[in-house]
Design a protein around this ligand. Structure first.
Ligand SMILES: [Fe+2]
Length: 289
């Protein structure tokens, strides 16, 4: 089936008018992009994957930022990239739907790069049940290969579907949603410490705060977005370039907000260190510099 020209035009319109590449994932753009039968199949896959996450959550298996919400965003990015590249989006969206189901497992591979293998193993029998009129055997092989390979570094031998899925996955990593995802396990850290010294980067966990780790992670996202080897699909490179501009503004604004309020606070208390008794009764200097 050919790509709906109107949908393609709308996606391109939103791409050029959005500033982070998220706006283009507006649901209206995808309404006519696939058939009703294909939409039903994607719904079935979503239920299959979500059920694995529900079982994993009730068993106390938490995978930090790799929950079902990550699937939803990667599916949206995979569909967006496919449409922007003039590729029929059904198989890319279906593949994105299954790539991290391996995270919802007690198998030790779920916690490392081998979760892609696990996703392929879990999804294979499900895909085998789908009619060959929907997915040919070579489609299934390519989907499972992309699922298996998505968690490995980029390779020259990656097939087109694998390249697209890796770029879609990386758009979620290199997005603002990555910040709370990566900071979720650091909730016990103080919200903020003085920003002085952040330019050189905190080196020990004791000197970190939720905000300082977010700043570090934000810098990591910018490095990824600027790395010409990380994204291989032209549309993904385009979205990455748009994000660099707005994300640099956000990072600079956050640093300015922190340093300006710190300077004002220091001025208000006369530039003195705060010395208090800690819980053990020792005098503790709260380092504001
Ligand atoms: Fe993954």
């Amino acid at each position: 089936m050919a790509i709906n020209r109107e949908t393609l035009n709308l996606v391109q319109y939103y791409t050029h008018h959005g500033n982070t590449g998220v706006d283009m994932a507006a649901k209206d753009l995808f309404r006519d992009s696939i058939t009703e039968e294909e939409r039903n199949i994607l719904y079935g896959v979503a239920v299959f994957v979500k059920s694995h996450f529900i079982v994993a959550e009730s068993a106390g298996i938490a995978r930090g930022g790799h929950g079902f919400d990550h699937h939803r965003r990667v599916v949206a990015y995979a569909g967006t990239l496919a449409i922007m590249e003039g590729i029929y989006p059904f198989i890319p969206m279906l593949t994105a739907m299954i790539v991290d189901v391996g995270r919802a497992s007690s198998d030790p591979r779920a916690a490392d790069w081998r979760h892609g293998q696990l996703s392929a193993e879990i999804s294979g029998p499900y895909l085998d049940k789908l009619s060959t009129s929907i997915l040919t055997s070579s489609d299934k092989l390519e989907i499972l290969e992309a699922a298996e390979q998505h968690s490995s570094p980029n390779k020259d031998t990656d097939r087109p579907l694998t390249v697209l899925i890796k770029d879609a996955d990386k758009l979620d990593f290199a997005g603002l949603t990555s910040l709370p995802r990566s900071a979720a396990h650091r909730y016990k850290l103080p919200v903020s410490l003085p920003v002085s010294g952040l330019e050189s980067g905190p080196t020990e966990e004791n000197y970190q705060s939720q905000i300082s780790t977010i700043i570090d992670d934000h810098q990591g996202i910018l490095d990824c977005l600027k790395d010409p080897k990380r994204f291989r699909i032209p549309s993904a490179r385009f979205i990455a370039a748009m994000r660099v501009v707005s994300y640099e503004q956000i990072l600079n604004s956050l640093k300015q907000e922190l340093s300006a309020t710190e300077e004002i606070f220091d001025e208000i208390i006369g530039g003195r260190a705060i010395i208090v008794n800690d819980a053990e009764g020792y005098l503790r200097k709260i380092d504001t510099k």
